[in-house]
Design a binder for this molecule. Structure first.
Ligand code: PMT
Length: 401
């Protein structure tokens, strides 16, 4: 989404300047063309050379620079921006912007830009809660400036509380979300992710290798595209994407309850979770002791959540996944038909870099009308984007009917 997008990163003075270096790295890694403006105070903390090296662009520092001002540098910088980020933003910079003071390159360029401005404040907790600061932030919010609130924690000044610059990943996510076209506005998308755990006794369970990466990538991308996203997740070690409604579950039965309780308000359901097909007939109350001979576990079938969704009379747009090790297309086509789905992602989990617990995936998208789209090996983030492109197109066709 950031590929070749022009982003201005304004850096004002504070101990958190070092985090802006990490933010710059994330932005350039995502393909953005970043121009950095540093205030005089920012340059006291980190030298411009660091930002220049990582952005591969000269760092802008002076308003009255004879060379860049030949072409009115601050205006051309302002005009070129798709997004303007200020991180860290001090109380001083925010105060100046709120009052229309433009007395250095950063404030002047912000005043001149038509781009959205994303502000990530960082300051002492007493400054952050000061009514003067609060008024300034409020005024800027009313004028359409976007804020990534600071985190709570131990501050460099020794105080504890709100004021720590948000994590670079959080600011990056807000930037991506801002630049992503809102093609899923008005849709409520429920995504299931991760494995389920079927308990045998208090310390043992049956599960699988699902990491949740595929489902979380779908939830993140749907949220970026403006959808309201409900993420029903089995036990994973991933942080939920910002802005999604997270519902955590353990077993298939719990996942079924969570999904069925929410499906009424959903327009799209994407079932990327690897739900256990069976669970132990009985869960032992105490830990099973080691025995001399063999141990036989009796398993019973779990509810098939997706099939139940397919049987609803008023049902959302249904996307299933099919994890197959052989007969990929035939197996997936059978599930598409039997579970009454609109689309299925046939996932060849026999490939080493595809499927469970890796960052990449390869799949075929199968539709009810017989269409098939081949998706070669790509990152799960990219595959999530591709799946949602098709979901969006199908949803808009449905709306027009
Ligand atoms: O989580 P990752 O590590 O990123 O791995 C991603 C993945 C491999 C788990 C994912 O890409 C994937 O293929 N998910 C589906 C796995 C699966 O359970 O496939 P299945 O063929 O057994 O099930 C078919 C469909 O029915 C799935 O959408 C599944 O969610 C659903 N199902 C299955 C059983 C059941 N009891 N209830 C269900 O709803």
């Amino acid at each position: 989404m950031l590929k070749d997008k022009k982003v201005i990163l304004g850096v004002s003075g504070g101990i958190a300047v070092y985090k802006a270096v990490e933010l710059l790295r994330l932005l350039t890694k995502a393909g953005a063309v970043v121009h950095v403006i540093m205030t005089r105070a920012a340059r006291e903390f980190v030298a411009p050379l660091t930002f220049q090296t990582l952005s591969s662009n000269p760092v802008h520092t002076e308003l009255f620079n004879l060379i860049s001002e030949q072409e009115i540098g601050h205006i051309s910088l302002a005009d070129r921006a798709a997004l303007f980020i200020i991180a860290p933003a001090t109380a001083n910079i925010i105060g100046k912007l709120a009052c229309g003071i433009a007395d250095d390159l950063l404030t002047t360029t912000v005043m001149a830009t038509k781009a959205k401005v994303l502000i990530a404040p960082a300051m002492n907790v007493n400054m952050y809660t000061n009514p003067v600061y609060r008024d300034n932030e409020e005024r800027l919010r009313r004028l359409g400036y976007l804020f990534v609130p600071p985190e709570k924690g131990e501050l460099a000044c020794g105080w504890e509380g709100e004021g720590k610059l948000a994590a670079p990943e959080t600011i990056f996510e807000a930037a991506v979300a801002e630049l992503t076209p809102k093609t899923l506005t008005g849709e409520t998308v429920l995504v299931t992710a991760g494995p389920t755990r079927e308990e045998i006794d208090p310390v043992r369970f049956i599960s699988n290798h699902s990491s949740g990466k595929m489902g979380y990538a779908l939830a993140r991308e749907a949220q970026r595209r403006g959808g309201r996203v409900i993420l029903v997740s089995g036990p994973v070690s991933l942080a939920p994407p910002p802005g999604v409604e997270l519902v955590t579950v353990e077993s298939a039965t719990e996942m079924r309850e969570a999904v069925m309780a929410r499906v009424g308000g959903c327009t799209v359901v994407i079932k990327a979770a690897a739900v256990a097909d069976y669970r132990p007939l009985e869960r032992e109350q105490a830990k099973i002791k080691k025995q001399t001979g063999e141990l036989t576990l009796r398993l019973v079938k779990n509810p098939d959540i997706l099939a139940e969704l397919g049987r609803l009379t008023e049902r959302p747009f249904l996307v299933g996944f099919a994890a197959e090790t052989d007969n990929l297309e035939a197996g997936a086509a059978k599930k598409l038909e039997e579970k009454n789905l609109d689309m299925i992602v046939a996932n060849d989990v026999s490939q080493p870099d595809a499927g469970f617990n890796v960052d990449t995936n390869a799949a075929r998208l199968l539709f009810r009308d017989g269409r098939m789209v081949e998706c070669p090996l790509m990152s799960k983030k990219e595959l999530a984007g591709l799946i949602l492109d098709y979901v969006t197109a199908e949803c808009s066709c449905r709306r027009q009917r």
